[in-house]
Ligand binder design. Structure first.
Ligand SMILES: Nc1ncnc2c1ncn2[C@@H]1O[C@H](COP(=O)(O)OP(=O)(O)OP(=O)(O)O)[C@@H](O)[C@H]1O
Length: 244
């Protein structure tokens, strides 16, 4: 059962004297939905950046599905990344956009794209320009873009931000469906209810360090012995208390 799909050891990033991530040791098992929490500036984006090869670590090592992150061309086969502002060409249709990205990957993904459009309820709109889409539809198109090559790990940065409640729910449902025995999801967000709903495991970063790591229930039990608390209580406790 021990099958870590993400492994980091002493992963560290310093920007001009500012320590963004301090010696991160992390093992995430395949099939986990891992919620990455932390206040502004805690190091979430930097951590995701290093694990998606966009940010070069100052020190330490990391591997995704056994492939070291410094082997960029090999690692990108194993990961999908949905950044907070995903790159979409508004003047293209979803089908054209997805075909374009498949072309960049030099892969024949037509069947997979058709399956995902169907699964995410986008078939009827697939030949309309993205500029006519609601934010929720655009976000689902971006999710397909990140998923089309069937990555081992999908990294999501604030996937429901800017969406109205209905669209946010649709995207949460899609994320819940994606996460299965094979696909691991790393989810960075400030919306604790999203993490509470989706995450099997939560890591809280504070000042570049992992200050809490466990299942939501374990973390809640740790701060509120009777288990009556919420992830918000955990967050406030481990990041400096409610009065900070
Ligand atoms: N390109 C950069 N150059 C210099 N400092 C940076 C850079 N990127 C991040 N930092 C610093 O590194 C620290 C961690 O930032 P990071 O963006 O990873 O945090 P975060 O948890 O994603 O924050 P937020 O929730 O606000 O997005 C902060 O002190 C930030 O100012």
């Amino acid at each position: 059962m021990d099958d870590p799909v993400i492994e980091t050891e002493g992963l560290r990033k310093v920007y001009d004297g500012t320590v963004a991530v301090e010696g991160l040791d992390l093992r995430v098992e395949r099939g986990t939905v891992f919620g990455l929490l932390g206040p502004n500036g805690a190091g979430k984006t930097t951590t995701m950046g290093m694990l998606t090869t966009l940010t070069t670590p100052t020190a330490g090592t990391a591997a995704i599905a056994g492939t070291p992150i410094d082997d960029r061309s090999a690692v990108v086969e194993h990961i999908g990344y949905l950044p907070e502002s995903p790159p979409l060409y508004e003047e293209l249709t979803a089908r054209e956009q997805l075909a374009y990205v498949a072309g960049l990957r030099e892969a024949d993904l037509d069947d997979r794209i058709a399956e995902l459009l169907d699964r995410f309820d986008l078939v009827d709109a697939a030949d309309d320009r993205i500029e006519t889409y609601s934010k929720g539809m655009a976000q689902k198109t971006s999710l397909i873009q990140a998923l089309m090559h069937d990555p081992d790990v999908l990294f999501l940065d604030e996937p429901t931000s800017g969406l109205d409640p209905r669209a946010a729910r649709a995207v949460r449902e899609v994320i819940g469906e994606i996460a299965d025995a094979e696909t691991t999801v790393v989810l960075s967000t400030h919306i604790l209810s999203v993490v509470e709903e989706l995450a099997d495991r939560v890591g809280v970063l504070y000042d570049g360090e992992l200050v809490a790591d466990g299942s939501p229930a374990e973390l809640i039990a740790r701060v509120e012995g009777d288990g009556a608390g919420t992830l918000e209580d955990v967050f406030l406790e481990v990041t400096g208390g409610p009065d900070r």
